[in-house]
Design a protein around this ligand. Sequence first.
Ligand code: ZN
Ligand code: ZN
Length: 347
Amino acid sequence: MRAVRWHGRRDVRFETVADAPPPGPRQVRLAVDWCGLCGTDLLEYQAGPIEIPTGEHPVTGRTAPVILGHEVSGRITDVGEDVAGGLAPGELVALNALIPCGDCAICRSGAYHRCPDFGHIGMSADGGLAELLTVPAQMVVRAPAGLDPAVAALAEPFAVAWHLVRRLEPPPDRRVLIVGAGSIGLATALILRAEGHRVTVADVGDERLAVPAALELGTRRADLDPPAGFADLTVDATGTGPGFALACAATRPGGTVGLAGLPGAPVPFDVADAAKRELTLVGSMSHRTTADLRPALAFLARHTDQAAALITGRVRLADTVPLGLDVLAGAERGRHIKILVTPGGTR
Ligand SMILES: [Zn+2]
Ligand SMILES: [Zn+2]
């Protein structure tokens, strides 16, 4: 099959590899419809390996090269033995990308998204930038009937946003500031707005705020400095020190700051200020299949047009690097929220 594999920093290749294997027990195989490119894919391309294992991964046993891609929609082609839930060939599904160890005390408690050893498809195991993908059936959620497969590929970022919103669970009618107009920030904004909150989005770049989905949400440039204490609830979806500082400063005394970004290094934080203003910091990591991915797909079915506005590019698998990763790394990056890749027609 054709696939896009990470071999090294700045060395991602469109190439022919062995087909994804037929599904074993409790596994299914998919024909990939769409796979979203994510900030983490870009980071692995530009600065990796970060999560991609160069020695054997403790859970998956894999090492580079690996097929990238973890934001996947596809149709089931084959179902292994002992698959629960009646999954059948032809069904459109989306995936939870996490591969927890399943064995540690945290996994056994059910909070497998906090497993210290977890891997991800598309990083520590082969992912969805390929024609075929074999995964554990428990990672798979059936898409609601009639959902556009391209929109279904947004399920992973929306599940991450859904998990964050459920971690925050704000009281009704909050004034919310989202810092970071990427896919996680805007998905979080769409969910919170649909739940009746007054949402503003800030970002550091102008271009991204000109993207229709961002404009429609009511946007504000970060360098305009939202007034201090502007929001009951803020979210840092930039994963940067300045983004986090902006979120903290914009939060009213007694308010809450949601942590959706993952800065690559420790960032400064004014503990005394946070203590005096009694801020609550809420961390959020990835998502769970039943609690988050399933309702995220239902949300996408109810809000398909708004979610589809996050899709700013569609490219063929063969063009993943020149028209996908290189665009996201280049001068045009601010014009994009989500570029989707399809292997359709490459075989
Ligand atoms: Zn992602
Ligand atoms: Zn574990």
